[in-house]
Design a protein around this ligand. Sequence first.
Ligand code: PLP
Length: 380
Amino acid sequence: MTTDPSPGPEGAGAILTVDLDAVAANYRLLKEKAAPAECAAVVKADAYGLGAAEVAPALWAAGARRFFVAHPEEGLRLRDAVPEASIGVLNGLTPGCEEVYRRHRLLPVLNHPGEIERWRNAASAAGAPLPAYIHLDTGMNRLGLGPEETDRLAGSQDLLDGIEVLAWMSHLVSAEDPEAPVNKAQRRRFGEALARLPEAKASLANSSGIFLGPGFHFDIARPGCALYGINPTPDGPNPMATTVRLDGRILQVRSIDRPSTVGYGATRQVAPGAKIATIAVGYADGYQRRLSDVGRVWLGDHPAPVVGRVSMDLMTVDVTGLPDSVAHAGAMAEIMGPRRTPDEVAEDAGTIGYEILTSLGRRYARRYVGARSSTEMRAP
Ligand SMILES: *Cc1c(COP(=O)(O)O)cnc(C)c1O
């Protein structure tokens, strides 16, 4: 029996290139900025879509030792990538999974009194102290101990028997806005809580929090987005290096010879003389439908606006007047990269760079360059 040969990475509609040296350089910059605090690395959501299995070893090589994921499953996969790393689980202690956390050295971020109690019981059953982070909510109203729960803990510290507190932690609401009064209010609440709780390390700053200044650094910073090139200081220039590049394949270039429209819904008129290039990337690949008629890609040194609706597998761009050398079937268009950063794509789409990166599709061929990675392409 013969099997059909796979088309391989060359058959993919787009190639996503992840620059691990850029990720490592971003880590080093954040570490320097946060020093003398320790700089952890948040690699939840598959390292914000870039691929934790490749990104985490590059971060480890750059000096990161403490990592955070959201789900225990992410922690288990990360354990294979960085066997010696400290791995914190931000979403907490999943009920019934105490033994899994213990066996795989996953460190829960205990987010409410029930989780603290379960971890205390697990420690008692194990006959040994168990390490954990404890999250204090200082204004997000999302996860963590509320003010009354924090008071109760401060008043009865035996509730922590058997728990080795790795760090008290809290999370900033508006760190990317240095003028927001809530930043200082959260820092004050956090400091007041720390003063009443048993001595341990403290951790407050996300990527943007690092740029709020040393008063926000405490002992451990927890950057995520800035590692991947998203601007942590959106009011100013981006200090971070671009880490991703997405090149989409032009499948066809059509010359328009009569007044007509392009794409679903006939939303966009095109005049005779126009040239439309169809690219093999659509909303199923994370190029959001909201980018219809507002997105922009680059062909060589030429910008080309998205025209008409982005469809599931395809998008159409206006290449009228562009040279055939860049606008021909088989050529690649830069959909994201140094000239169209995730932040810019996000602005076009009315969202944030985080969502653009974490929506990166599964159908791209992926190529990792830099660090000690192979440059071989991986089929989707
Ligand atoms: C996601 C997350 C981070 C990282 O935030 P960035 O803004 O991406 O730097 C840090 N801490 C917590 C609790 C998080 O959920």
